[in-house]
Design a protein around this ligand. Structure first.
Ligand SMILES: Cc1ncc(COP(=O)(O)O)c(C=O)c1O
Length: 402
């Protein structure tokens, strides 16, 4: 099926762009020695996992279900069990822990309480050499302004252990430290955060005998094997300082005896997806005419309201920039279900199709059926001429959750 023949609404994943992003990330892995994981919270369209698995080390999960999905689906065709599964969640239920430990290669706890509460179970897998356990720390170093909802270092954060709450010696069995503090950021905030992390938590890092950094790190006694610098790195954006990242990872690996993990979500599928929608009606108002679309910000692109942000629209411009300006909205009852005001070179009509760009990330994973809105299909675009619908949804998908 061709791109312009797909029934709307539909999310379309652009395989060529996905491969391009993944090869950029693989290049970083190869040049720096970092291990890069797909953060499934951003993108879990698992029909693409065999493709992504050709490039990346593994996945990270926000809990048992994402971990299971990765365990089942994230591998190259014909190869199973060769990719790492990492899991972090602020708290695990007792009845999840056995299963998590049976799947995970790395398990990260958010507190000493959680680590000790589940010790009996994870320690078995750890002793068998099947599981490596880490702690999430909070470097208390904010690098973003105005987005407190996406800042795990904001005052009062529940995410990660502050230095003042860390024991002098790492608890038995802890082999890794994890921090995640960034959101859609360039290299410089990561560099600054790492140096702050090193200043505060460096005493836990095993120093390499020949590193010459005698004032840093633990000498010979630390059991730490890895650090994970979380996600939020926009590595595949054109202006990202990728050489800077490679040098930083090399510095860490040359100074300390540890592996370095990164777990971006957005960077993997950045600009690698579209949401195609159809104009169902045009309503006159005292302001701009409103397009009633068969998609919805609230249901199909919740980040537009939550972040909030204005999604890029193919052939769409700022309001007033071109001759015809419209407010793009939806067929839900929510008055605020507005995607934004866009202008166009020519007048739009009922039945026209519009293409929102950069719709692979935090879209399919967050959508919902509020108002009984149908969920968009999911299609893979091999190229413009060849698209394949991999998922369709209907009434049962709405009913089964209620
Ligand atoms: C612990 C953790 N790791 C990785 C990510 C992925 O971040 P991003 O998709 O912004 O790269 C997130 C996002 O919230 C996260 O909380």
């Amino acid at each position: 099926m061709r791109f312009d023949e797909l029934k709307t609404p539909v999310y379309v994943i652009d395989e060529q762009k996905l491969s391009k992003n993944c090869s950029i990330l693989k290049n970083i892995q190869d040049k720096s020695g970092a291990k890069i994981l797909l953060a499934q919270k951003a993108f879990s369209a698992y029909s693409t996992y065999p493709l992504i698995a050709k490039y990346l080390t593994g996945t990270t999960a926000s809990g048992l279900f994402e971990a299971k999905l990765a365990f089942e689906e994230f591998h190259e065709k014909g190869k199973t069990g060769d990719k790492e599964v990492h899991v972090f969640e602020p708290a695990f239920h007792d009845d999840e822990m056995e299963e998590v430990c049976g799947i995970a290669d790395h398990l990260v706890f958010n507190s000493i309480n959680q680590l000790e509460h589940h010790r009996k179970i994870w320690e078995r897998s750890w002793k068998e050499g099947k599981l490596s356990v880490g702690l999430r720390v909070n470097p208390e170093f904010s690098t973003q302004e105005g987005h407190e909802i996406y800042d795990p270092c904001a005052p009062g954060s529940r995410l990660g252990i502050r230095l003042c709450d860390m024991p002098d010696k790492l608890p038995k069995g802890v082999e890794g430290l994890h921090f995640h503090t960034l959101c859609e950021q360039g290299f410089e905030p990561l560099r600054d955060t790492f140096y702050e992390f090193e200043r505060k938590f460096g005493k836990y890092l095993p120093q390499k005998a020949n590193s010459g950094a005698s004032d840093k790190g633990a000498t010979g006694t630390s059991a730490l094997k890895w650090i994970n610098m979380g996600g939020g790195h926009h590595i595949t954006r054109d202006d990202y300082d990728r050489e800077g990242l490679i040098e930083l990872v090399k510095y860490i690996r040359e100074t300390y005896d540890i592996e370095v993990y990164l777990e971006p979500g957005e960077a993997i599928a950045l600009d690698a997806g579209y949401l195609i929608t159809t104009v169902m009606d045009i309503v006159k108002t005292e302001k701009y005419p409103v397009l009633i679309l068969d998609t919805s910000a609230a249901c199909h692109m919740p980040d537009v309201l939550e972040m909030p942000y204005r999604p890029p629209l193919r052939d769409g411009y700022e309001a007033g920039e071109k001759k015809y300006t419209y407010r793009l909205s939806s067929r839900t009852c929510l008055a605020g279900d507005v995607i934004g005001d866009y202008s166009f070179d020519s007048e739009l009509n009922i039945g026209d199709r519009l293409v929102f760009e950069d719709m692979a990330i935090y879209s399919m994973v967050k959508n919902n059926t509020f108002n009984g809105m149908p969920l968009p299909d999911i299609a893979l675009m091999h190229n413009e001429e060849s698209c394949e619908v991999v998922k369709t949804f209907g009434y049962e998908d709405f009913k089964m959750r209620l």
